[in-house]
Design a protein around this ligand. Structure first.
Ligand code: SF4
Length: 711
């Protein structure tokens, strides 16, 4: 059944999901490289996917818990028994009128991901399978331009013209979790004469390649860009023609009034970037033929919506929407729906996470994927009873992970777990699996079928690609999509009236006159070709209520959020005396961070070929004050928890910040549990516990906390 040779499929060592070719020899994957019909790139993590596939720690059979939750004791069971356990519990929940107390934490691979379909049919919620990175940006763009941005993939770097500005703000495309082609596109654009500006408290590989590194206080991005906007607007350096034509009547006047006191000098005091540099950046943006911003970490602070809003203001007044080198507006592949489509839950009515005091205000900040990180609070409230997880690791990789672990072991007066069923699908042992009642062995990308078209993701916004099995699956591993199609056929046959996953993808592909077989023959990729620029000109409008760009968010007026606040997130403004350092966590090319499989990859966690340490980066100026030497082990403590960690002194981090890598600290798995490397999420508060504040900023304090450091 499986052929030898270079077979097209998709990488899944991180969620960028690059199109790759796998070289198969005698039924064994030997090598991986980028698919030239895609973007022709694979990164070091992608190549190490083979190590995951053949790891001796692959989970091969379904298992159920035999000890207490968290004891990690399991026994092998059959697939039939595993399916029966899930069916019984979900049926019980439904009969109790509590179907909505079920959530599935996952990373959906398309808007019609079969797992998501199952959740809707079951009356539950999908929640994001990873810390909900940049919904602040998504919501900001939806409010301002009326469209769902192509998520992480801000600019199309291959379109940046000579002299165009590429601004990375807390974004590490050379580091991790990215389309492997992006670094090359950025460097190619530089070769053409584009300028790379990196705004970051840590000097990382992007900064080393930049024309200009701007060190900034974490959380200061909104104030920096408001200062830039002030200069552009008050010096008549903005794109007046664009704004006159496309911005809603009255918004520019109101923006002018609002921006008056956001001078570069005033904003400099917040973000610690000199006023002269704010003015320099504004002048560069005014002179450049294009400017784009790409941000990631900086949109995960507790002022995400403010930063997203300021970012949108900058794009609009510089006229950088859907132009070469600017912010692309999406075009979604027209896949066919698989009828009948199960209805989605009413999140406003049923949302389990909306338990803060400011619930009504928070309802303004709605999002169709519910953030997993309220799960701990929802379990305690009794509003979450069944939790399924795929391709995510909440016991380790979400903020307040300790709170999550505590919540899943809480019991009621009858000595029953408050969370009644916890199911995890996994490729290799993970921290979250340790707490599960049921562990289902999943397949790697070399063993499974999957259709990828994701309007919100790097690679497949405008096209679709096929992940296909290139070798026999290991043991009894089954892909989660197939499992939940089968469970759907048992429980909700009206919504699962198709044979299997391949037939499901065939129906979807009929929307573009394709089939799985044809896609295979086509090298695994479907693309409509170029989608063009300035699509709003053809349409004659934006998809906002007014048909124009809406700079002022009138729906937020009553909570004082109609314009962005320049202030730092609350998490950085309080407790400065007791916790003088801002924690900055970051990513590396060697870890996917959220998915357990790459944490446990021997090739990536190796001092020679990968990375096997995450010391705390500290500026020598701070170290001197603390009396700490390079290599010393220190205690790092926040209001939430504390960890022991060695320090590495470097001038690459600005004074006042402490940097550690996100994604370490697993206690299970031969490779992942090696060493004493710490989990940053032990220090960060569970987001649900600070919901009241986040209600008001509409933000997401994924990574925001202050710490103290002592020997
Ligand atoms: S960027 Fe991610 S998906 Fe792409 S090759 Fe690297 S690990 Fe694979």
């Amino acid at each position: 059944m499986y052929e030898d040779g270079w077979i097209p499929t998709i990488c899944y060592q991180c969620k960028a999901e690059c199109a790759i070719l796998a070289r198969v020899e005698n039924g064994v994957v030997k090598e991986v490289k980028g698919n030239p019909q895609g973007r022709d790139k694979a990164c070091v993590k992608g190549m190490a996917g083979i190590t995951s596939l053949y790891s001796s720690e692959r989970l091969k059979f379904p298992m159920k818990r035999v000890g207490e939750r968290g004891s990690g004791k399991f026994e092998r069971i059959s697939w039939e028994e595993a399916m029966g356990i899930m069916e019984k519990k979900l049926t019980e929940l439904h009969e109790r009128g509590e179907a909505h107390k079920f959530t599935y934490s996952m990373f959906p691979h398309s808007v019609t991901d079969p797992k998501w379909r199952f959740v809707n049919a079951a009356g539950g919620f999908i929640s994001t399978g990873l810390p909900h990175c940049d919904s602040g940006k998504i919501m900001a763009m939806m409010h301002t331009f009326g469209c769902f941005p192509n998520h992480h993939i801000a600019p199309m770097y291959h379109t940046v013209p000579k002299g165009g500005l590429m601004i990375l703000s807390g974004r590490h495309p050379f580091g991790c979790l990215d389309d492997a082609a992006v670094p090359k596109y950025i460097l190619d654009a530089k070769e053409r004469g584009a300028k790379l500006i990196v705004i970051d408290p840590i000097f990382r590989p992007e900064a080393a390649k930049a024309d200009w590194w701007i060190p900034i206080k974490p959380g200061g991005d909104a104030s920096l860009f408001l200062g830039v906007c002030h200069y552009l607007l008050t010096n008549d350096l903005y794109d007046k023609e664009f704004c006159d034509k496309w911005v809603r009547e009255g918004d520019m006047d109101n923006l002018m009034a609002y921006i008056q006191d956001k001078t570069p000098e005033a904003m400099s005091k917040i973000c610690d970037v000199p006023a002269a540099d704010i003015i320099k950046l504004a002048k560069m943006a005014a002179e450049a033929p294009s400017a784009c911003i790409d941000a990631f970490k900086s949109i995960m602070y507790g002022n995400a919506m403010d930063w997203g809003h300021a970012w949108c203001l900058f794009l609009v007044i510089t006229g950088n929407l859907d132009n070469p080198g600017g912010q692309p507006l999406p075009e979604i592949a027209p896949m066919a729906p698989v009828e009948p489509v199960p209805p989605a839950p009413d999140v406003t009515e049923l949302g389990y996470h909306r338990s803060g005091n400011n619930r009504e205000k928070f309802d303004n900040y709605n999002f169709f994927l519910q953030p997993t990180w309220y799960a701990a609070q929802a379990i305690k409230d009794g509003t979450l009873k069944v939790f399924f997880a795929s391709e995510c690791n909440p016991a380790l990789s979400e903020m307040g992970s300790g709170e999550w672990r505590k919540a899943v072991t809480m019991k009621d007066d009858n000595d029953d777990y408050m969370l009644e069923l916890l199911v995890v699908t996994e490729i290799m042992p993970s921290e979250t699996m340790k707490w599960a009642d049921l562990v289902l062995p999943d397949q790697t990308n070399f063993e499974r079928w999957e259709l990828l078209y994701m309007p919100w993701w790097y690679n497949f916004g405008h096209c679709a690609a096929l992940c296909q099995p290139v070798v026999e699956p290991i043991g009894e591993a089954r892909h989660a999509n197939r499992v939940f199609i089968e469970l759907g056929q048992r429980m909700f046959p009206e919504y699962f009236a198709f044979k299997d996953d391949v037939e499901y993808y065939d129906i979807e592909l009929s929307g573009v006159d394709m089939s799985v077989k044809e896609l295979q023959e086509n090298g695994g990729i479907w693309s409509p070709g170029a989608v063009g620029f300035r699509k709003y000109e053809d349409k004659g409008k934006f998809d906002t209520p007014s048909g124009k760009i809406e700079l002022e968010w009138q729906m937020y007026k009553d909570i004082g959020q109609d314009w962005p606040s320049p202030e730092l997130p609350q998490e950085y403004r309080r407790g400065e005396k007791d916790f003088p350092f801002i924690l900055v966590n970051f990513r590396t090319i060697f870890l996917n961070n959220t998915g357990a499989w790459s944490q446990n990859n021997a090739q990536l966690r190796d001092p020679v070929s990968g990375l096997d340490a995450n010391p705390c980066l500290l500026n020598p100026i701070d170290a001197k004050k603390l009396g700490v030497a390079d290599g010393d082990t220190v205690t790092m403590e926040s209001s939430t928890g504390s960890v022991e960690i060695p320090v590495m002194l470097t001038e690459r981090i600005i004074p006042g910040c402490a940097g550690i890598i996100h994604g370490f600290g697993q206690t299970v798995g031969k490779v992942a549990s090696r060493g004493s490397w710490v989990n940053d999420n032990e220090l960060i508060a569970d987001a649900g516990s600070t919901l009241d504040e986040q209600d008001l900023r509409g933000g997401e304090a994924h990574v925001s906390t202050r710490v103290k450091i002592y020997k």
